[in-house]
Write a protein that binds this ligand. Sequence first.
Ligand SMILES: C[S@@+](CC[C@H](N)C(=O)[O-])C[C@H]1O[C@@H](n2cnc3c(N)ncnc32)[C@H](O)[C@@H]1O
Length: 373
Amino acid sequence: MDVREGGVEIAVPDARDGASEGAGDDVFYNPTQELNRDVTVATLRAYREREPRVATYLDAMAASGIRGVRAAKAGYDVTCADVDADAVGLARENLARNDLDGRAVERDVNALLHDGETVFDVVDLDPFGTPIPFADAAFANARNLVCVTATDTAPLCGAHQRSGIRKYATLPQNTDYHPEMGLRVLLSALIRTAARYDKAAVPILSHVSRHYVRTYLELDARATRADDLIDDLGYVHHCEDCLRRSHEFGLVAHPPETCDACGGDRLLTAGPLYLGPIRDREFVRSVREQVTDGLGEAARADRLLDTLVAELDTPTHYDQHRLCKQWSRSAPAMDDFLETLRDAGFAASHAHYAGTAFKTDATVPEIRDATGE
Ligand SMILES: C[S@@+](CC[C@H](N)C(=O)[O-])C[C@H]1O[C@@H](n2cnc3c(N)ncnc32)[C@H](O)[C@@H]1O
């Protein structure tokens, strides 16, 4: 069947049960990733405004080529790669039917990136599950930008903890701030991988949905910049009794044995996590300007990017409904709730991945007192 997305027409495998997600032997296509692809296109446009010499884009796991075709439409010189011959054929057909230049190659992305024949300005990793098996090759080869999707949210957020430890060489913990944990576990692993090549992988835009984590990392070849990012790694300590959470920077953890707030001993420590900013505010504003009406998910992309600009850098969040339920209160509108916290002198913001999630520098008792009737 044919789908139209972002001004291109793409042949994808026929939908089964309303959606085609590479079921069986079919080439993969997931209609629910349109927001992810729209943000990718807006990011690629904004990035080239900032770095006009950036030209080549590798859609490293192309499947139907929908992402690469859209990047080509945005003016990039695109290579679509996949190990699956049917996917490569479809990606080639989709470039041609949109009258776009570019090439589709049947290659394992690690071999392609390591063969030394081509250096890509932008490398986009969109694998099934974890991107870690491809991260070394991407950081060793890419010149400017590495874009990464990870869909293995259970290992990332600590729900499948042993798998998370194996894949990401860090200790994730299964807390109620899953999206934040998953994103910061992924960023920790990617930043440490890039640092092995004396490169800094600076997160200029990152977002999380229930199904995936997405991040755009700008490469800086100064080893001192890589050191700065290593200094942004550290640990989150979480009390399971009173929900107090704190964090400390550094690669050596000093986990408290009892909670400072309630004296309880049910403390979890996660890390090393990336504790720095997950985006560059100025860059996200410029991406927002590139969200045009032709994008199918423009409204959601605008909301997401606006929220990301205003979001605090705090590496944890609270769930407003959970706290209000615990205090037997009804939950007020989130904007009013945040305003009340700010009026009481605290920093407070939405978190981009859930309507009931918020970030603040207030402790749980401070939130309770500040927002009580
Ligand atoms: C999740 S799909 C990509 C979806 C696509 N980027 C999109 O936006 O619709 C993952 C693709 O990676 C391909 N793949 C898996 N291992 C690979 C490897 N080592 N090198 C290149 N492609 C690979 C699979 O054949 C599959 O088509």
